[in-house]
Design a protein around this ligand. Sequence first.
Ligand code: NAD
Length: 596
Amino acid sequence: MAREFSTVGVVGLGTMGAGIVEVFARNGIDVVAVEISAPALERGRATLKGSTDRAVAKGKLAEADRDALHERVHFAVGLDALHSVDLVIEAVPEHLDLKQRIFAELDRVCRPETILATNTSSLSVTEISVATSRPNQVIGIHFFNPAPVMKLVEVVRTVVTAPEVVADVEALCARLGKVDVTINDRAGFIANALLFGYLNHAVAMFESHYATREDIDAAMKLGCGLPMGPLALMDLIGLDTAYEILDTMYRRGGRDRRHAPVPLLKQMVTAGLLGRKSGRGFYTYERPGSPVVVPDEATPLATDAALADGARAIAKVGVVGSGTMATGIIEVFAKAGYEVVSVTCGMEKSAKVCEAVKTSLNKGVVRGKLAEADRDAALGRISWSATLDHLADVDLVVEAVVEELSVKKALFASLDEICKPGVVLATTTSSLPVIDVAMATQRPADVVGLHFFNPAPVMPLVEVVRTIRTSPEATATARAVCAALGKTGVVCGDRSGFIVNALLFPYLNDAVKMLEASYSTADDIDHAMKLGCGYPMGPFELLDVVGLDVSLAIQRELYLELREPGFAPAPLLEHLVTAGYLGRKTRRGFRDHSHR
Ligand SMILES: NC(=O)c1ccc[n+]([C@@H]2O[C@H](COP(=O)([O-])OP(=O)(O)OC[C@H]3O[C@@H](n4cnc5c(N)ncnc54)[C@H](O)[C@@H]3O)[C@@H](O)[C@H]2O)c1
């Protein structure tokens, strides 16, 4: 028989604690909610009220249920109020000495059988537990932000946590409607160990002006389908909390430089820019605690006029290549009303590309997304050629040929001879340095990267890569073209992986390393990222879709360019590729897909 939890205590009613109170009270459990001072207690009460009022306004909670929920919560200052609860969850700031002090006090105040739990993200549950005389009844219950919404709970057992305590807490999570993964006590557990290196890397990109905050966030949302960008997520987590988590992970997790907090973070925390809770972090909010972003001095002007500032007029576009990307890009431009010249290396290839574009447009018609007349008009705007000479009068060339530097360089040298002055020359490379391609021409100022995502007609993101030689006009032109295509163009520097791959693949590689270390299973890791962080796919699902060979190649490039030891490809990834387990395309990758 699992233990009954009729009353629980929550210590600290900040970002996490207030949400945890709501989770328990919503599920019929009485809560004693404790803070350090009367003003802090009032803040916590207001947070709970605001959250439940929003739930009522959205029709997710009946008014009577809200009132019953509030009646279940008893607010108090000081830990003494917790003398008769069955379980306590501590959610005070991420400092070991503070948590140890609180646990020693809880040990004194609470009944001997009470379970003491910490919501720590990165500190050692074991070290917290030894501050009490009952380490076998101490456990980690790690909720995700916002606690009422996110389904995942990481249950952290130490080497001394009693098995029945683990079982009781697992049963409690089920009662709360949460999905739990139970793991051992390691810095960052599953989700944060995979998340925080990525978040810190995004802050480093922002700090070095590699891309703007809006572009970094848009890239990850639109390129990977994440619910929010990394900098907006840092603001939600709280920069002080994020700093402490990174700092602890750096010290506990083998001094991986990727977890050493980026200096900007410390500066922002010192300056009181803590994110949403203080009303300002990477973004500015309507007021402290509000999720509504308001414009500030760093907000870009979103008008078409601003986008077009310095941009050259583009009417006719050349697309070179005959693969998946070229085909998709031809369709995108033609549908958006541009005149398109498709150039392949032979009329047979042209016929194939033409068929592929027709098939794709027809699908749009069948699905009711494209009118027949618009399909015909789009096709009518495309001319098919097997010679580069037909690019003499285009305004923009998009190259999407094979991913080999020598081939691209030769092509750009030819384009340089053929194209009229002022043309923007774009490469769709996803891994080669754009500057190498640019320097094959006499006009590197006009060369940019236009990194489309696959399938180009569907994916809303394009990375606009500017090299150190790219002119502001060429960048503005590329960005304006993306907008005209109905896509979001994010501008970034010319570094391996641009924004999306540079932030995504190290995270995937870290997941492989975590599996390799037998810390958790592929299923639990996938669950943790989907249910704890709202990712559309877990890392192993995504790796099997992308292809392990492709992922390994990208990871190798990142490692070679940045020489970051933490980016070294996971040996398990290398072995799977060597064994021919490449993912869905070979019916086996991290999972066996032969029966699906
Ligand atoms: N922010 C997140 O996204 C997130 C997610 C999961 C877990 N966590 C973890 O949850 C814990 C709390 O983080 P947070 O972001 O909610 O912090 P926070 O700063 O928003 O809130 C902490 C609260 O604890 C209160 N407090 C401080 N000392 C206290 C004491 N002695 N007694 C009672 N209350 C006290 C503070 O007044 C404050 O309201 C940390 O361990 C953190 O790592 C945070």
